[in-house]
Design a binder for this molecule. Structure first.
Ligand code: G3I
Length: 300
């Protein structure tokens, strides 16, 4: 394949990017997106604060704008995200206990009803673990330790057609406590029949000493539990070509690694912009890391 998506599709995978609604007016971005990518994630527009700014008042215009553009250009979409400690609707901050739990369930039902049958994946729960491997303290965690499984059960009932993912960062290193904490939760969910289909590893890399072996062990270990895995928000300090090669190789070596998404396209799109962490530079030119990824995708 001569593009990221064509190379990924050779092995039945996708290659994705994240975009904000503002990029719909950015021809440079759209040209590369349309040429190279076949999966899209909204950077902020499908998050709880965006989709339900006040109770029961849903707002889908921004998310729909991204959805419509992506579908018109032959892409699938990852929904991001339904329940998270950050970017919550303001009204959630005045709720707690069973009232907050119900607001979360109502939110999942309202958003998933709107996108029913339209998305490939949903990040049902995002970033619920602390670095030490225990649950992160949050208002949602305070509603009871079963809040995550309650979210997944509601999500499955709301739209049985979409794959339901748990998504987090710093879970790439197999020997890291947070990785083990998430792994143990997924294992528990699978053993008890809690509906979950996939784990998203955000893959915001600052160093890559464990690539590809240790990372591949993480991916294959999750996959062995019976879930798909995906690299959902990849970016790498200074776009190290060897690190991009390594993370791509790790995914390619794991049959249940279904695809890779980068968090933006050009360095100017990135939340880590000063680190120039993406595959395209500010002039829309592919960087060395682009060739490294393309070659690793084509090697399969
Ligand atoms: O929209 C307002 C704008 O009106 C205002 O003028 C401006 C001033 O600061 O802020 C704008 O909102 C910002 C928004 O991005 C849109 O650009 C928020 O302040 C800013 O906090 C928000 O950051 C987003 C961040 O999530 C928030 O947690 C990033 O764009 C987004 O890339 C980032 O994405 C997260 C994933 O969801 C989860 N994993 C980590 C990843 C990177 O942090």
């Amino acid at each position: 394949g001569t593009t990221l998506k064509a190379a990924a599709e050779r092995s039945g995978r996708y290659f994705g990017a994240a975009m904000g609604r503002d990029r719909l007016n950015d021809q440079g971005f759209l040209t590369i997106a349309n040429r190279e990518f076949d999966m899209m994630t909204a950077v902020n527009e499908m998050k709880p604060d965006a989709t339900e700014p006040s109770r029961g008042q849903f707002s889908f215009a921004a998310g729909d704008a991204i959805y419509n553009w992506a579908v018109q250009h032959g892409m699938r979409l990852r929904g991001h995200t339904l329940a998270w400690h950050a970017q919550q609707p303001r009204f959630w901050s005045s709720l707690s206990g069973s009232a907050l739990r119900q607001a979360m369930i109502d939110h999942i039902n309202g958003v998933m009803a709107h996108y029913k049958g339209k998305l490939a994946y949903w990040d049902v729960v995002n970033e619920a673990f602390a670095e030490n491997g225990s649950r992160r303290n949050s208002n949602l965690q305070a509603t009871g330790n079963d809040w995550i499984e309650a979210a997944f059960r509601a999500a499955r009932a709301a739209d049985p057609s979409v794959k339901l993912c748990y998504n987090d960062y710093n879970i790439e290193n197999w020997t890291y406590a947070k990785t083990q904490g998430v792994y143990n939760m997924i294992r528990d969910f699978k053993s008890r029949g809690v509906p979950i289909d996939c784990v998203g590893l955000q893959t915001h890399f600052t160093g890559g000493s464990s690539l590809p072996g240790n990372f591949q062990t993480t991916l294959s270990s999750f996959a062995a539990l019976g879930v798909d895995v995906a690299l959902t928000e990849a970016d790498v300090t200074n776009a190290s070509a060897s690190q991009y090669q390594g993370l791509t190789q790790a995914c390619m070596n794991v049959p249940r690694c279904v695809g890779i998404t980068t968090w933006g396209i050009r360095d100017s799109d990135s939340w880590r912009g000063s680190e120039n962490p993406l595959l395209f530079d500010r002039n829309s030119n592919p960087k060395a890391a682009y060739s490294a990824v393309l070659n690793a995708l084509n090697a399969a």
